[in-house]
Write a protein that binds this ligand. Structure first.
Ligand SMILES: [Zn+2]
Length: 267
C-alpha cells in the first residue's frame, strides 16, 4: 500500500514551489520537500512511501491537454497555463492547477484498493478502538475501500459491526499451522479472477486476535456460498446502521491517523 506521498518539489518557477506546497496541505500523508538532496530523500522515504517529482514545463499551446499532468512518477505543471506572457499570475488558473494537483494526490491515496490494504494492515488498531469508531459518525461512515458483492461501498463502522454481531460467520476455527490456537476473524473477502473451470475463486484475509497477524488465503469457487452469505450479512448491517446516510468525508487513512494521534496523547 501507499502510506505517504513525498513531493520532491523542484520547479524552475518559484511561484510553483508555493503552489505545490499549498496543494500538499490537504493531507497529512503528503509530505512536501523542497529540492531535497538524494540523501535527505532516501532518509525520509519509508517502505510504503511513493516519491513524486514535481516540476514545470513551458506551455505547449497546440496540445489542448490538461495543464497538470501525472506522468512517470512526476507531476508536471505547464507554466504557460497560469503565467501570463508578462509573467504575472493568472489567479483562477492557479486555483485550477492547485485543484488538479490535489486530485492527483487524493486519487493515489484514496484509491479503494489502497484504502482496503490500509484497513487490513491496521486492522488491529481499528478493531481495538471500534467503540470509538461506533461513537463518531464521521469515523463510522469513513470509506474503508471495501465493497459488497453488488459493488456498494461499505462504511468502516458497518464492517466492524458486522464482524462483531455475527461472530460465528466471521470466524474460522484455529488451525494447526498457526501457533496461537484460537479462532481467527475474517476481515476481508473478495472475488479473485475466475478459475479455469469458469468458477470464481475468492480470497479472504483473516486476523489473529492474539498476535495480530493478518494472513491471506485463496479459496476455490466451491465455497462461494460462504462469500455470498458474508456479503449479505454486511449489507444487512449497513442497512441497519446507515439509514440512508452516505459516506463521511473521511477515509480509513484519516481514521487511522486520528486513532494513532489519540493513542499518542494518552501515552
Ligand atoms: Zn496468532
Amino acid at each position: 500500500m501507499i502510506e505517504r506521498i513525498i513531493l520532491n518539489i523542484e520547479p524552475r518557477d518559484p511561484y510553483l514551489e508555493y503552489l505545490f506546497q499549498t496543494a500538499s496541505l490537504t493531507s497529512r500523508r503528503v509530505v512536501p520537500m523542497l529540492r531535497p538532496s538524494p540523501d535527505d530523500l532516501a532518509k525520509a522515504k519509508g517502505d510504503n512511501d511513493m516519491v513524486l517529482r514535481c516540476c514545470d514545463r513551458a506551455y505547449r499551446r497546440k496540445t489542448g491537454r490538461d495543464m497538470v499532468i501525472f506522468h512517470y512518477q512526476s507531476i508536471i505543471v505547464y507554466r504557460g497555463f497560469y503565467l501570463t506572457p508578462q509573467g504575472t499570475v493568472h489567479t483562477t488558473r492557479t486555483l485550477i492547477a492547485k485543484q488538479q494537483i490535489e486530485k492527483i494526490l487524493s486519487d493515489i491515496l484514496e484509491d479503494p484498493a489502497n484504502l482496503r490494504e490500509a484497513y487490513r494492515k491496521n486492522f488491529g488498531l481499528l478493531w481495538g478502538r471500534r467503540d470509538r469508531i461506533y461513537a463518531d459518525p464521521r469515523l463510522f461512515f469513513a470509506r474503508s475501500g471495501l465493497s459488497t458483492s453488488r459493488g456498494e461501498p461499505v462504511p468502516l463502522g458497518a464492517m466492524l459491526r458486522a464482524m462483531e454481531e455475527y461472530p460465528e460467520d466471521f470466524s474460522v476455527p484455529a488451525s494447526e499451522w498457526h501457533p496461537c490456537g484460537v479462532p481467527q476473524l475474517i476481515i476481508d473477502f473478495q472475488y479473485d479472477l475466475p478459475d479455469k473451470d469458469g468458477g470464481w475463486d475468492w480470497n479472504f484475509h483473516r486476523f489473529c486476535p492474539v498476535c495480530g497477524e493478518v494472513t491471506f488465503e485463496l479459496r476455490k469457487g466451491a465455497l462461494r456460498g460462504d462469500r455470498n452469505r458474508l456479503s449479505r450479512l454486511v449489507r444487512r448491517t449497513m442497512t441497519r446502521y446507515s439509514d440512508g446516510m452516505g459516506m463521511s468525508g473521511l477515509t480509513v487513512l484519516d481514521v487511522i491517523d486520528r486513532l494513532e494521534e489519540e493513542q499518542a496523547a494518552d501515552d
